[in-house]
Design a binder for this molecule. Structure first.
Ligand code: AMP
Length: 280
């Protein structure tokens, strides 16, 4: 496994691969790797000749300096995990490599996707995500890039960005990997106290109950049901939304949407957790 830290070194390597017609798969991550990340790599390995995983904690997508500072960083362990998983190249750039002109976000028009859900509570977050992924795509030039449905809104934003910029990159959506008790795997789970860790699976339990409730009740009632359920936990609900998978707009009439998903964000102490579940 190659560990590459300089963008131009990776560009040279990818150039050579492309000249010999190798298909390149790419998995962008912020490190603190878990099985969710590895499921993206597994899929990339199946569908490409060469797989690149990047590890970069992107400062422009964090809303709070404390959250950025507290984000887990486990590079040595990550490299070991990736080596064992059969990754071909790990790209570990520094901030200057990604932001040579300064740590700023580009402003994007994601056709309204950026104003829903996460966008309401994390202003500028998706400009940061778009900026870093665009830059990483420039360096890696992948044929296929893998994104988890865990961050469904991010996945839709990246699909929109690829369309907007006319990039010839196939975006592959990978299902959510969960712990045995249903908690969606996340780097942030490492920070949960034992008490929080015990409560956190309720996020998925409540989503599943909401999915059942949704079959027989209007959206407004489902929302009331979910709010009440979270009141019985130590988790603080930030938002619950039932939205169209394409537009991410809240559902008004279920008949008008082919694909519907429930989205949730909660706080366990100062740790923010998100999850989602397909309803239709
Ligand atoms: P992150 O390191 O949190 O930025 O995540 C990197 C990629 O892994 C993103 O595309 C995430 O959506 C994806 N990912 C994170 N957690 C999971 C999970 N539990 N299941 C599937 N994909 C995930």
């Amino acid at each position: 496994m190659f560990v590459v830290r300089k963008p131009n070194e990776l560009e040279n390597l990818i150039d050579k691969l492309k000249k010999s017609n190798k298909k390149v798969g790419f998995v962008p991550t912020m490190g603190a790797l878990h099985k969710g990340h590895l499921s993206l790599l597994e899929q990339s390995k199946k569908e490409n000749d060469f797989s690149v995983v990047s590890i970069f904690v992107n400062p422009t997508q964090f809303n709070s300096p404390v959250d950025l500072e507290k984000y887990p960083r486990t590079e040595l362990m990550d490299l070991k995990i990736l080596e064992e998983a059969g990754c071909d190249v790990v790209f570990v750039p520094d901030v200057l490599g990604i932001y040579p002109g300064g740590t700023f976000s580009e402003k994007f028009d994601f056709k309204g996707l950026e104003f829903q859900m996460e966008g309401k509570f994390r202003p500028g977050h998706f400009d940061g995500v778009g900026t870093v992924v665009k830059r990483l795509f420039e360096i890696v030039s992948p044929d296929n890039a893998y994104f988890g449905e865990k961050d469904f809104q991010q996945l839709r934003i990246i699909q929109q960005m690829v369309e907007l910029l006319g990039l010839e990159i196939n975006i592959v959506a990978v299902p959510i990997m969960r712990e045995d008790d249903g908690l969606a795997m996340s780097s942030r789970n490492q920070r949960l106290t034992p008490e929080m860790r015990k409560e956190a699976p309720k996020i998925y339990q409540i989503l599943k109950e909401a999915a059942k409730y949704f079959q027989k009740h209007p959206v407004k009632k489902v929302r009331e049901f979910v709010i009440a359920q979270f009141e019985d936990t130590i988790l603080k609900l930030e938002y619950f939304e039932i939205a169209d998978e394409k537009t991410l707009r809240p559902i008004v009439d279920c008949e008008n949407s082919e694909h519907i998903r429930a989205f949730v964000a909660v706080f366990a102490g100062d740790i923010r957790l998100i999850d989602n579940l397909k309803l239709k």
